[in-house]
Design a protein around this ligand. Structure first.
Ligand code: IFM
Length: 444
């Protein structure tokens, strides 16, 4: 679908209370890595090892959002979004992840929240979008059970200071990524390669989520509390039994491991059996702790997963449409996923907390003509509308991302923003997709 045939896509097909926004994350945009008392995070350490990041870059400057946040807030106003999702860098507000709070760090988020309120934009905060204080990693990170109390202390301090100014508060972003890419494949910080460690990390992330939610509610916090998961529908590459079996297992690792624990209070039996000696140590009561009522579930959706027990399935090799990440463009998968979640679980309201695509964007004559991204966003918003029509209670949609930014192990080479960043000058140029999103939000 191009710009012209988008006529049947209307904001007015969604309720007036539906939240429309853009998402970012602290390490990917803030920069100012050594300023105003910020402590190092695991991603600073990971970037410092040659070979970990494709272009050898790091987050020390990123989009320099720490200094240019007013300009970025003005971009939000230009877009006309109702809502902004961002994360807090734990090591900016508590450099060691325990002990003293860093007031200049909190002052930055205070300025940001004030700027959002002045512009009438609601704030959706994530506590952990992966940039764990390195000082905690030095004590074992998410593998050490003591981190659960550290995370709870951090959550409570943020709740106490800022809770009343937030429309929602999420504990973790994509715990599967932290666990599996950070501790099993090791392609993300902290770069460990041990599946048993990864599963224990996943468990501690979930327990820390539950403990934090209990403590925040005990404080009397009224804001909506939840967690954000990266999810996709799973399809077998062929009808073969081996492909079908592997597909069910991978769905178990990504989808059911987290949702069965969060919403049903147990881990899926088939995945538990499959893990053998790599199952996590679970203390009595842990799963009851994890199963706290959720005010919302954040869903990050980019593509479907196609599973083959043989050679890896590749959308690109099959000539299917892909993004610059080589992720298949598969909008119907978002409807399928949402309908499945609604069918299989007693779901809280759903926020689409991330959805977007990387493309090879270029500024030409002062413009970025990213029509592929426009089409991607249009087709995925339509997929959300279809899920809502099927009865799924989706209440928010956030584009990933406001700005081109540090795309983790891919460095700055992959551009997900609807606003282009020139990394030499840090100039911001709204792409065609930003102009389209703004028009859509204004009902044009
Ligand atoms: O950039 C990331 C984000 O930090 C988490 N979700 C997926 C995005 C694209 O890879």
């Amino acid at each position: 679908m191009g710009l012209d045939d988008a006529a049947d896509l209307q904001r007015s097909s969604f309720p007036s209370t539906f939240a429309w926004g853009v998402s970012t994350a602290s390490f990917q945009i803030e920069g100012a890595a050594r300023e105003d008392g910020r402590g190092p995070s695991v991603w600073d350490t990971f970037c410092a090892t040659p070979g970990n990041i494709a272009d050898g870059s790091d987050g020390s400057v990123a989009c320099d959002h720490y200094h240019r946040y007013v300009e970025d807030l003005d971009l939000l106003t230009q877009l006309g979004v109702t809502s902004y999702r961002f994360s807090m860098a734990w090591s900016r507000v508590q450099p060691n992840g325990e002990g003293d709070w860093n007031e200049p760090g909190f002052a930055f988020y205070d300025r940001l929240l004030t700027g959002l309120a002045e512009r009438g934009i609601e704030a959706h905060l994530t506590l952990n979008h992966w940039d764990l204080p390195q000082a905690l990693q030095d004590k074992g990170g998410w593998l050490n059970p003591e981190i659960i109390q550290r995370f709870c202390d951090y959550a409570c301090e943020v709740g106490r200071r800022f809770g009343h100014r937030l429309a929602s508060l999420a504990t973790h972003n994509e715990p599967w990524v932290v666990a599996m890419l950070g501790h099993d494949s090791g392609i993300f910080a902290p770069g460990l390669k041990d599946r048993a460690v990864a599963m224990q990390v996943a468990h501690h992330l979930l327990v820390s989520h539950g403990v934090a939610l209990q403590a925040l509610r005990a404080q009397g916090l009224q804001t909506r509390l939840g967690i954000v998961l990266n999810l996709s529908p799973f399809h077998a590459a062929t009808e073969s039994l081996t492909d079908q079996h592997k597909t069910h297992l991978e769905d178990g690792m990504l989808v059911r491991w987290y949702l069965d624990a969060l919403l049903r209070g147990h881990y899926p039996e088939d995945v538990w059996q499959h893990l053998g000696d790599d199952v996590p140590k679970v203390n009595p009561g842990d799963l009851t702790t994890i199963q706290q009522p959720l005010d919302f579930l954040g869903v990050n959706y980019y593509t479907r997963s196609v599973v083959s027990a043989g050679a890896p399935w590749s959308a690109k090799d099959l000539g299917l449409p892909v993004t610059d990440m080589e992720w298949e463009i598969y909008p119907q998968g978002l409807t399928e996923l949402l309908v499945r979640l609604d069918r299989d679980y007693d779901m809280p309201p759903i926020f689409i907390t991330e959805n977007g695509a990387a493309f090879k964007d270029k500024v030409e004559n002062g413009q970025v003509n990213d029509l592929e991204r426009v089409a991607y966003l249009q087709s995925h918003i339509k997929a959300v509308a279809a899920a809502r029509q099927a009865g799924v209670n989706v209440q928010a949609y956030f584009v990933w991302s406001l700005l081109d930014n540090f795309e983790w192990a891919s460095g700055y080479a992959k551009r997900f923003g609807i606003v282009h960043i020139d990394y030499q000058t840090l100039k911001r140029t709204p792409k065609q997709s930003a102009l389209w999103y703004g028009q859509f939000l204004r009902g044009r």
